[in-house]
Ligand binder design. Sequence first.
Ligand SMILES: [Zn+2]
Length: 72
Amino acid sequence: MIVSCATQCAYCHSPIVSGQRWVREKIYDPGLNGRDPNYHRYHAEPFTGQEASCWEKHQMEMEIGRTNAYAA
Ligand SMILES: [Zn+2]
């Protein structure tokens, strides 16, 4: 079983099949300390009937988190 070849969306946890566009986000983990960085992958295009892609939704959630942090 070759796990490293599996590409899965970190937002919806569905596989990203070849031909679909996707976005890579580097995960900053201070515990890694020089080891290979990890990446999250997200669908870059919205599914049929949805207005935002997984990547855009993920970014919106990050924005909401930041706003809440400022408000607190
Ligand atoms: Zn997705």
